[in-house]
Design a protein around this ligand. Structure first.
Ligand SMILES: [Zn+2]
Length: 349
């Protein structure tokens, strides 16, 4: 069987920078070129037709916190709030890895859609710098300008644990996302400043109140890596009303491949095939509209299905969409067109 690597995938979320940074900045370009571990490297990106996407920077939890087992029902406490100085050290390190990869020609750090399209045409992985959880930003937002100058073009105010800017959803299944207060006053200032700078505001990991605060600020609603609550009723997934709001505001939602967000029962089991992925896409398209749905893999950040184990396996998802009856034009929009059109609208040009 042929291995379809077209249309290329430009995706809403991955955590490869965290993995590379944890392994030590020295040698990161070599490990990005080819690696026996993780979900993304250049060799497998080429094999699967992975053209790039949002590259997250993330300050991992400290201390005794362990990721939950994802054996439902579960309701895990969130990790402690992280002080800005410690978050800043992690995020500066990961920004440094991204800039070094760009300088080495291993990928292209992109600030405009024209740069993304040029990288894709040249066969270079296109990376948009994204900050997952804004702990590294001071409440006066001085560091926001610093990271914007370094290339930051997308940001989530929280990664689940509380920050100076807002509250996120816990690891809870089953649960809706209406789990507490939303953005703080500092969070509302952050969102407004992001809008001025045309930094995408990502609502994945925000709770319902925070999602509504972003809508009230007049921004397009974007969830880079979240799924349909109607299919898998966990706190990280979006209700039909939220998906409709994403479409109505001209925003985007990216399908998260993490098994605990895909599988209907919230289990992190890897053996359920690609049927659940298609059921999420169907629901997301029905509610948000076919111009507002893309991919948001969470590669290198979440457990994957054995049928979609890494970027090299992306042809299996294209084949599944085609087998499910999606026309070529829709598959192209999901794989990259909708993300690029959204960024063109939001960034301009
Ligand atoms: Zn995430």
């Amino acid at each position: 069987m042929t291995q379809p690597t077209e249309p290329p995938v430009f995706d809403g979320h991955n955590d490869v920078l965290l993995r590379l940074w944890k392994g030590g900045a020295a040698g990161a370009a070599d490990r990005f070129a080819a690696s026996d571990t993780g979900h993304i490297d250049l060799r497998r990106a080429r094999a699967g037709g992975f053209a790039g996407g949002f590259f997250a920077m993330f300050a991992p939890p400290e201390g005794a916190f362990r990721m939950p087992s994802f054996q439902p029902p579960y309701d895990e406490p969130l990790p402690e709030e992280l002080p800005q100085d410690r978050a800043l050290a992690a995020i500066a390190g990961q920004a440094g890895v991204l800039l070094a990869l760009d300088r080495a020609g291993a990928l292209a750090l992109c600030r405009t859609v024209a740069e993304i399209e040029a990288a894709m045409a040249a066969g270079r992985v296109a990376a948009v710098m994204h900050l997952e959880g804004a702990e590294a930003i001071d409440p006066d937002l001085a560091t926001l300008d610093l990271f914007h100058a370094a290339g930051l073009r997308s940001l989530g105010p929280v990664w689940s644990r509380p920050t100076a800017f807002g509250h996120g959803v816990p690891f809870r299944h089953p649960s809706d996302g209406d789990t507490g207060p939303g953005l703080t006053e500092a969070g509302k200032r952050l969102v407004a400043r992001c809008h001025d700078l045309r930094i995408v505001v990502d609502t994945s990991h925000l709770n319902v109140a925070g999602f509504e605060d972003v809508a009230a600020a007049g921004l397009p609603l974007v969830a880079t890596h979240s799924n349909a609550h109607a299919v898998s009723p966990g706190a990280r997934n979006l209700t039909d009303a939220q998906l409709r709001a994403i479409g109505e505001t001209g925003g985007m939602v990216g399908l998260n491949f993490g098994t605990m967000f895909v599988n209907e029962d919230g289990r992190a089991a890897s053996d359920r095939g690609l049927g659940p992925f298609l059921r999420h896409l169907d629901r997301m398209i029905e509610m948000a509209g076919e111009d507002h749905v893309g991919l948001g893999s969470d590669f290198d950040g979440a457990p994957m299905s054995s049928d979609l184990a890494d970027v090299a396996a992306l042809p299996a998802l294209r084949r599944a969409m085609a087998g499910h009856g999606y026309p070529d034009m829709l598959i192209a929009k999901i794989c990259n067109g909708n993300w690029l059109d959204f960024l063109r609208r939001y960034w301009g040009g």
